[in-house]
Each structure stands twice: as C-alpha cells, then as structure tokens.
Design a protein around this ligand. Structure first.
Ligand SMILES: [Zn+2]
Length: 138
C-alpha cells in the first residue's frame, strides 16, 4: 500500500496514522448536564517512515519557534506579562506554523491537518455518512 501523505513511497504499518471519527448516537440533557453518546471508529491512514519522520520534525520545529518566542517575550516583558504572553504566543505560533509548513512543502508531503484528513477517501466517505472528526460535545 502507498503512503497517503507523499503518494510515492510504500506505507509502513508501524507508522500509520490512526484517526478517530465520531458519530453521535444519543444526546440528552438534564438541566445543565449534557450527555453525549457516540460511536468511535478508527480509520487507518497509510504512512511511510519518511513522512512520519518529517511530521515529527515539523512538530518539533513548530514547538521550538512557539516556545522560544513565548519564553523570550515573557522574560523581557515581565512587567506586562499578559501582553508579553499574548504577543509572544501569537508571533511564536505564526512563525512556528510557517516553518513547519515549509518542511512539508519542501518535501512535497501532506501535513497532519484537518484538511488532509477530510480528503482521505475512507474518511470523506464517513463524513458524508454523518460522522465527524470532532468528538461530540467538545
Ligand atoms: Zn510518505
């Protein structure tokens, strides 16, 4: 089987992505308590070892940018910690996402995003049948 993320290399069962999909089966509420009952189904998405490595690298890159900006802003912005947290977090997040994305586009692979999941045919099929990627009630 071929890897879904690069469409070129063979998939390795060890590095597959298990993506859960949910279907609401019962919803009830009593005063403020809401209760959701749902079925969960795990869809296996074939992935090769190289894409798995790149996804890990992307995540690491994101974390590096995010946390270094957040921490740096906090250290230098101690008197106005709330502003520092928001600014550092926002800049770190944007740069992190940008550099993470670069890794994927340079290597021509799909990222681990909602869009990639939605366009994986077995998941698309489930979504059309009323399943969701988001856990009901969350
Ligand atoms: Zn791959």
């Amino acid at each position: 089987m071929q890897c879904y993320f690069c469409d070129t290399r063979p998939a390795d069962p060890q590095t597959k992505v298990e993506k859960p999909v949910y279907q609401l089966t019962k919803y009830s509420h009593l005063l403020v308590a809401r209760r959701f009952e749902f079925s969960v189904l795990k869809v296996d998405i074939p992935r090769c070892t190289e894409c798995s490595r790149l996804h890990k690298k992307g995540k690491k890159t994101f974390n590096w940018w995010f946390w270094s900006f957040l921490l740096t802003f906090c250290i230098f912005g101690l008197p106005i910690i709330v502003v520092a947290l928001i600014l550092g977090g926002a800049i770190g997040y944007l740069l992190g996402r940008m550099f993470e994305k670069k890794i994927y586009t340079r290597n021509k692979i799909k990222p681990l995003t909602k869009r990639s999941f939605e366009t994986y045919p077995p998941i698309t099929e489930k979504l059309l049948q009323g399943w969701t990627l988001k856990k009901p009630g969350s």
